[in-house]
Design a binder for this molecule. Structure first.
Ligand code: SAH
Length: 234
């Protein structure tokens, strides 16, 4: 898919990136302390969270809440995930070693994309709502982050032209795990996905052990927006 035009975008200033008060480094460090206290163990992931300006991914009116452990609206009835969920899913994706080529489904505001891009060498991110994708690409470009390759597509079909992936992380919940995502996992690869009916979603991890051999784990209870079909361009 086409990459959005981002060449002429002004970078965020140092002051914007560092923040002040509610958006300061101190606020990010306090968030990391809270994540550590609630079971996040991967210090590399925590370090990336401490270095990623979450406030720049949400509307300025929400900045006082940017480093609280809560979901926030990002428009189009979608939400940025709770920092705890971002940390947990990222740590699960990396738990067996750093996956070289990763697909994220559900770019949203791009915050999880930014966190992943600091940790993996190759990152593809699919989003079905054009406006969200463009906004996310713009924020990342303004942060000087050109690593993620964005795709405007329905990620329930994976991204066949780039498959197989060593890691797939999905940030919207299907009722049933899409076959395409399991098929596009490399042998030895790992899929982290919230799935299940509304009100009964669980984080699930699939490890592909062989051509037809997957190991599945059911983990934390979560509440994600639904994985939907089709692309929204208007
Ligand atoms: N990780 C994101 C989470 C956003 S919410 C963030 O931190 O902001 C989930 C996102 O998944 C929404 O942007 C939604 O539009 C997107 N989504 C839902 N179904 C999708 C699909 N089939 N393909 C791609 N993106 C999808």
């Amino acid at each position: 898919m086409e990459q959005p035009a981002v060449a002429s975008i002004a970078a965020f200033t140092k002051t914007q990136r560092e923040g002040v008060g509610f958006t300061s480094q101190r606020a990010r460090d306090q968030l990391c302390d809270l994540l550590r206290a609630s079971g996040i163990r991967d210090e590399q992931v925590l370090k990336v969270i401490a270095n990623t300006p979450r406030h720049l991914f949400v509307d300025e009116a929400l900045w006082p809440h940017a480093y609280q452990n809560r979901t926030l609206p990002i428009g189009h009835a979608q939400t940025i995930s709770q920092p705890w969920v971002v940390a947990r899913m990222t740590e699960l994706l990396l738990a067996k070693g750093v996956p070289q080529k990763v697909l994220e489904v559900g770019t949203g505001c791009g915050y999880q994309t930014a966190v992943l891009s600091a940790l993996v060498p190759e990152l593809h991110s699919a989003e079905r709502i054009a406006e969200l994708q463009q906004r996310a690409a713009r924020v990342l470009a303004r942060l000087g982050n050109v690593k993620p390759q964005f795709s405007l597509s329905d990620g329930s079909w994976g991204l066949s032209e780039q498959a197989p992936f060593d890691g797939i992380l999905v940030t919207a919940a299907p009722v049933e795990v899409p076959e395409a995502l399991l098929d596009q996992l490399a042998i030895g690869g790992r899929l982290v996905i919230p799935a299940g009916p509304d009100g009964a979603q669980r984080l699930q991890v699939f490890d592909r052990l062989g051509e037809h051999d997957y190991e599945q784990q059911y983990l934390d209870e979560v509440a994600f927006v639904p994985l939907r079909s089709g692309v929204v361009t208007g």
